[in-house]
Design a binder for this molecule. Sequence first.
Ligand code: NAD
Length: 292
Amino acid sequence: SMESPETTSSSKQPIERVVVIGGGAMGAGIAHWIASHDMDVTIQELDSKTATAATERLDQLTTSWRKHHSATNDDEQRLRSHLSVTTHTDAIPSADLVIEAVVERLDVKRQVFQQTEPLLADDAIMVTNTSSLLVHQIAEVMPRPEQVAGLHFFNPVARMELVEVVQTTETSMATTERLLRFLKAIGKTPIVTADAPGFVVNRVLFPYLGEAIQMAAEGFDVSQIDQEMEKFGMPMGPLELLDHVGIDIASHVATSLATILPHSECSAQDLQRMIDKQRLGKKNGNGFYRYR
Ligand code: NAD
């Protein structure tokens, strides 16, 4: 049935103010994208050091955004006026939507949800950008799980149109519909998916990436694999893509998928060996490729 007792009169209001918790690769990309669509966004970070790092990511994203859109100084001013970075929770009470994009750890994410919840407006929605955890495991610490969902953006946010809207069994229709309207307003293509390991995209993508990982481990030439798959029509080679995603993040996804796809266990182990050697991908300049 469609009766949802939690539906408040204001839950049909469009989302206008957003807080992104965690301004790393994904959080900064998401916040920047939203601000470039004339909505106010605040990034909430841990401390002054990580806030500075988030601000630097926003600066880099702004530089490439300017080039790509031939933007003027006025355009840039307007974009910047929508963006702020804080180390406090001061922006939460006025947020319509809070997007959690902190490190991929269930305990940390649960804590972030728990600490944020008492500050949320009654009709606010809180989502997680997790790639490998189950949304309901994070949502179960929330007294209003009907206002919680997954919002799975892809990397790099500015280039990937698709966003998975992950519905738990408790996510209300009102929440999903409001998120769909929001994603359309910021020019993304939403797909609603169930809360299962890997959702849809990573479940299909990872077996393909896994074969590339194993071929690299067997000694195949990394750039040949990538070039060949690009010539085949993929926008980016599989191993370069893994460097972009981050070997640590990819390893989490492979481990999570191994619960349903036994084959993923091999990729998870190969990726763990890379992590042990500090090969995390583009983020630290060394992955399947070397950077800088
Ligand atoms: P990241 O390590 O680049 O960024 C995490 C950020 O969170 C850091 O800046 C850190 O300072 C901050 N942080 C940690 N704890 C915090 C807290 N308690 N409060 C506020 N900030 C905190 O990681 P990422 O690659 O941006 O991934 C973030 C999330 O997005 C993960 O859940 C990941 O699974 C998911 N994701 C990643 C990708 C990808 O390709 N990297 C794609 C889709 C989804």
